[in-house]
Design a protein around this ligand. Sequence first.
Ligand SMILES: CCCCCCCC/C=C\CCCCCCCC(=O)SCCNC(=O)CCNC(=O)[C@H](O)C(C)(C)COP(=O)(O)OP(=O)(O)OC[C@H]1O[C@@H](n2cnc3c(N)ncnc32)[C@H](O)[C@@H]1OP(=O)(O)O
Length: 172
Amino acid sequence: MKHAFVPPADLEPLTRHPKAAAPGRHIALHHSTCFGCGDDVPLGLHLKVMAGEGLTVDAQMPVQDWMQGGPGVIHGGVLSAAFDEVMGTSPLLVGAPVVTVHLEVDFAKPIPLGSDLQFHARILGSERRKIYIDAIAHLGDPNAPVAGAHSVFVVIDVEKHFAEHFDKRVVL
Ligand SMILES: CCCCCCCC/C=C\CCCCCCCC(=O)SCCNC(=O)CCNC(=O)[C@H](O)C(C)(C)COP(=O)(O)OP(=O)(O)OC[C@H]1O[C@@H](n2cnc3c(N)ncnc32)[C@H](O)[C@@H]1OP(=O)(O)O
């Protein structure tokens, strides 16, 4: 798949946190009203991100009718949000809460409504507070990706980062 993103060649390797979810286990919810992973939002992606081997995660997403962009196919923004969520959850494997600063998506094939979309993301390494991650999406054959993504996330102090906005949060 074509892509233009070039991660730094000298990234620091990261290691799995001793308390990270075991391979095959669900990585605990970010929060229940998150558009990407929350159980309590009526309209959301409801993604369940599972720990994989090493510094990888996996998720699957049924492509539902409300996700339509072009007729019969997924909207690119919905796909981008799903990549953001899946990749953004993976740093919890190394014990790092992050926010996205950069997200690139390569759309290789139209993705039909009704498909069962599979995601696989991997942490590439870090540079200071930045964590570089890439991912693919496929329809059953990881060797035939229908989309790919590259991202940069930055490790934050969660309480400080959201302090100013916390009182305006939506509780359902
Ligand atoms: C949805 C909420 C998520 C909450 C997560 C909390 C718990 C996590 C647990 C579970 C994860 C669940 C999964 C979530 C998935 C979805 C994540 C999202 O969609 S997050 C929403 C969108 N993103 C933002 O709203 C960030 C807005 N940006 C900022 O607030 C600031 O830019 C911030 C705090 C991230 C960094 O600002 P500074 O002042 O602390 O630090 P400076 O020095 O500017 O940047 C740090 C490094 O990042 C580079 N950087 C900054 N922006 C960059 C960019 N656009 N591209 C590349 N590098 C960039 C800089 O060059 C610097 O790198 P050098 O160390 O100097 O090399």
